[in-house]
Design a protein around this ligand. Structure first.
Ligand code: SAM
Length: 372
């Protein structure tokens, strides 16, 4: 192990209770780190890391002038937690929309699964490159989208494809001095059955069109008196938007772990329903939300995190909703039938009711019990 990779076995995933046997780095992180010669790096010049999952890259380079960019609040927590656990200096961890350093000496990037996010990284990166900036992108073979290599060439210019190693692949590039391509515009489309337009930044869930689970929820929205409503895992905010269209007097909290999703949700609420009291924030589920404070939680939960298929996020969302709802408050959850969410809701809420279903999806309603 080199000086840059020796910390890898000590890293932990976040949240910590997640399957402890899953390692918190992959062969693409190792590939990137092994490609560097630390003695050739200048401590006074910026280094940029893009898309670090749990801190493998940021921890290795924390003694440099490092900016680590991530679209994930959960990754941010993981990086912070690993830096602290290993007693390493803090680094500047920023969301994609924040300013990135000019003329970094080195860029280390993980190739994201979402091509829209890769395109965002590349369009923002190119104008910042100096004549001697080294740019490395890497990913595991199975995670690299088919068009990734073409996009690297399109935005950065000549890009060298390096030899595969431990089922990972790396690409090397530096500025060709040519004019950068413009940042692709967010996708915008009308929300069916309304006069609303939805803006979808890079990396947002179902950014090309309405998700089928969300569509089922829109056709079966809750009815009643709701003062405080939460859209948990809001994506572009479509569920809160539809609910707020019907109940504009309520207060809405829209929560997602993707900063670009939160930016989309913020724009969608402000543009389509500017009079509604809505607060959008990047967060891990409902951590930090006061208990017994909400009347309604709408949720279309994710079923994977950081490439791993898992229902631990959905479970955390249900637990958090149960805690945050006031007695009599309702959780409305839409999910694929085969995921068996009703069993989890039974454990947490004592039962649930099927509100609507189609061939693939089901909407479940669970009510928090009033204490006797
Ligand atoms: C299935 S999508 C639903 C998006 C939107 N509500 C819809 O119906 O189109 C699930 C969302 O949960 C978000 N998410 C994943 N893990 C999360 C976490 N730990 N905390 C908050 N949001 C999370 C994802 O970024 C994604 O936007």
């Amino acid at each position: 192990m080199s000086a840059l990779t020796q910390h890898l076995p000590l890293l932990q995933r976040y949240p910590p209770q997640l399957e402890d046997n899953l390692q918190a780095w992959d062969s693409a992180d190792e590939y990137l780190l092994q490609s560097l010669v630390p003695s050739q790096l200048d401590r006074s010049r910026p280094v940029l890391v893009l898309g670090d999952g749990f801190g493998a890259l940021s921890c290795a380079l924390s003694s440099f002038k490092l900016t680590s960019v991530t679209d994930s609040f959960v990754s941010r927590k993981a990086i912070e937690q690993n830096l602290e656990r290993l007693g390493l200096p803090g680094v500047d961890i920023v969301p994609p929309q924040a300013p990135w350093p000019q003329e970094p000496q080195l860029v280390l990037a993980k190739i994201p699964k979402q091509l829209s996010l890769l395109e965002y990284w590349l369009a923002k990166l190119k104008p910042l490159l100096g004549p001697d900036t080294q740019v490395w992108f890497a990913g595991r073979d199975r995670d690299i989208p088919e068009r990734a290599e073409a996009l690297l060439g399109k935005y950065l210019g000549p890009t060298e494809r390096l030899l595969g190693w431990k089922k990972a692949r790396a690409f090397f590039s530096h500025s060709d001095g040519k004019a950068p391509l413009p940042m692709p515009a967010p996708l915008r489309w009308p929300l069916e059955g309304t006069a609303f337009t939805l803006t979808n930044h890079a990396n947002v869930f179902s950014r090309q069109s309405l998700d089928i689970g969300a569509r089922l929820m829109l056709a079966n929205l809750p009815e009643g008196r709701f003062d405080r409503v939460i859209d948990l895992g809001c994506g572009n905010g479509v569920l809160a938007l539809a609910m707020a269209n019907r109940y504009p007097e309520a207060h809405y909290s829209l929560v997602d772990e993707s900063y670009l999703a939160v930016a989309s949700a913020e724009e969608n609420m402000a543009h389509n329903l500017p009079q509604v009291d809505a607060h959008c924030l990047a967060n891990d589920c409902l951590s930090g939300f006061p208990s017994v404070s909400a009347d309604l939680v709408l949720c279309n939960p994710p079923f994977h995190q950081q490439q791993a298929v898992t229902d631990h996020v959905a479970w955390q969302m249900m637990k958090d909703a149960q805690r945050v709802l006031r007695p009599g408050g309702e959780l409305w959850l839409v999910g694929n039938r085969h995921l068996g969410y009703h069993l989890k809701l039974k454990r947490l809420f004592g039962g649930c009711q099927v509100v609507a279903s189609d061939r693939k999806f089901v909407i479940l309603k669970a009510v928090k019990r009033r204490s006797k």
